[in-house]
Each structure stands twice: as structure tokens, then as C-alpha cells.
Design a protein. Sequence first.
Length: 129
Amino acid sequence: MTEFRRGDYITVQEAAHILQITEQSVHQLMSRGHIRNWREHNRFPRPLRADVEAWAAPDTRLTVAEVAERLGVSEQAVRNYIKKGYLVGAQRGRRGEFRFTEDALKRFIPPATGKRTRQQPIRRMDGKR
């Protein structure tokens, strides 16, 4: 396992500034394991700079519209997947738009789909119901 030095970590405020998201969103990314962090003596967590920069890379994040196109569903369906926890996204900015990594799409498991059908009545061997 790679050992990191103290200088490899930044504050949550710096990570929020780099990612252009709220500090709460940075904490969510750390709690879900997307950004590794370090906590010394039960103090505030410090995110790993390399993970923050990897998450901030513009070519690795997709918009809701791009995700919807790739999954072949509507944008509202993608937002429903986020709300129900099928798809992990990070909120950005004041408008709260979501961005996704390619890895999040690989881990996405679509909910079971299909229409419920009525159960057919059981027929007796003599043909009566």
C-alpha cells in the first residue's frame, strides 16, 4: 500500500474550491469512499489531493444529459436513480447540477424493470375453473 505524507492532503475547504462544490458534498464524497482522507487524532478529515484532482478532471465527469443518453433513459429517470441510490453523483455549484465519473456508470445497476402482469388463474385438469 502506498504511504502518503502530510503534504499530500489538503483541507476540505480547498477541495471544495478545486471541485467547485460545497464542503458538505466533499464530506459525502469522502464518506462514500470516492476521495480518500486522513484524520489525525480525531480532528477534521483531510482529503487526498491526488483524489480531489482526479475527481476534478473535466474529461472524467459526465452531466445528467450525457448519462441519460448513454443509459438510454430520460434525464428525469437519471435523477430518480440518484434519489433512490442506484447512481452516485456529486453536486456542483449553486444550481446543484450533478456530475458523474465513468466509474460510477460502471458500478450502476439498473433497477428491475418490466410491467407487472396479473397472475393467470389456475386451471384444473378437467378444464373447469
